[in-house]
Design a protein around this ligand. Structure first.
Ligand code: NAG
Length: 268
């Protein structure tokens, strides 16, 4: 009897630890699911949901993450941020994509879908699909007033589906990354809506006739190393997963500077 009680207590400790830590305690390893694409629109899939950071925070303490965004606590993300696992984060191509998420159990779940943005990655092999959510986003799946109680569950079964992002009137923004110089150009593409991930980023320098593709670097960042100085104004052309192409002349001005955001006039 005593040993059974002790065993039960030990199991309870492991379970609680797994809930609190998320990554700890050797959870069963599950291979990741198939890449989720915009073509998956409309179909609900099962996932595990966990959360991290401050209970009502946006995830990482610095409001950043593996996509390179620096302000996921602000609009349009507003803390509705998620670390997607491999088939959702897709090495960064999934950055900024949107998902409806909801849960039915435990009882605190409202069952009503809420929209989250992929802003970060998680590589914990605990489920085919796994959203490690900002505290705010996890709580948003709860009935009103029961957010804190739902967060206490730590890990839950949830459902998700890919949806088009609708960042309101926000246009796509280009952040010329810190450390850029005339021979090294790195562009973070932010707030893309419409039919899926940005799969191609090209630029056309002042005076050039042809667009040149940037290489996907990491997160939502695309780069170009050039033996000759990259001259502005620079036109930018984006292609989405659904094959839509949009472009803007003079997206980046002549005297462009590193660590600067250039707001565009375009959106998918
Ligand atoms: C999933 O996406 C990643 C990142 O784009 C890619 O490298 C990988 O080949 C994709 N896998 C499949 C099965 O399409």
């Amino acid at each position: 009897m005593a040993s059974q009680v002790a065993l039960k207590a030990a199991v309870a400790i492991v379970v609680v630890a797994a809930m609190v830590g998320g990554a700890c305690c050797h959870p069963p390893k599950v291979p990741p699911g198939k890449n989720v694409t915009a073509a998956c629109d409309g179909k609900w899939l099962d996932a595990k949901g966990t959360w991290y950071g401050k209970p009502t925070g946006a995830g990482p303490d610095d409001n950043g993450g593996a996509c390179g965004y620096k302000d996921v606590n602000k609009a349009p993300f507003n803390g509705m941020a998620a670390c997607g696992n491999v088939p959702i984060f897709k090495d960064g191509l999934g950055c900024g994509s949107c998902y409806e998420i909801k849960c039915d159990k435990p009882a605190e779940c409202s069952g009503e879908p809420v929209v989250v943005y992929i802003t970060d990655m998680n590589y914990e092999p605990i489920a085919a699909y796994h959203f490690d959510l900002a505290g705010t986003a996890f709580g948003a799946m709860a009935k009103k007033g029961e957010e804190e109680k739902l967060r206490k569950a730590g890990i839950i079964d949830m459902q998700f589906r890919r949806v088009k992002c609708n960042p309101g009137n926000t246009k796509i923004a280009f952040h010329v990354e810190k450390g850029c110089n005339p021979n090294y150009f790195a562009l973070l593409v932010k707030f893309a809506a419409g039919d899926g991930d940005v799969v191609k980023v090209e630029i056309k320098e002042s005076g050039a006739k042809e667009y040149v593709p940037l290489k996907h670097s990491w997160g939502a960042i695309w780069r170009l190393d050039s033996p000759k100085p990259i001259k502005g104004p620079i036109a930018v052309r984006l292609t989405s997963e659904g094959g839509t192409t949009i472009e803007q002349e003079d997206a980046i001005p002549e005297g462009w500077k590193a660590d600067t955001i250039y707001t565009s006039k375009i959106q998918f």
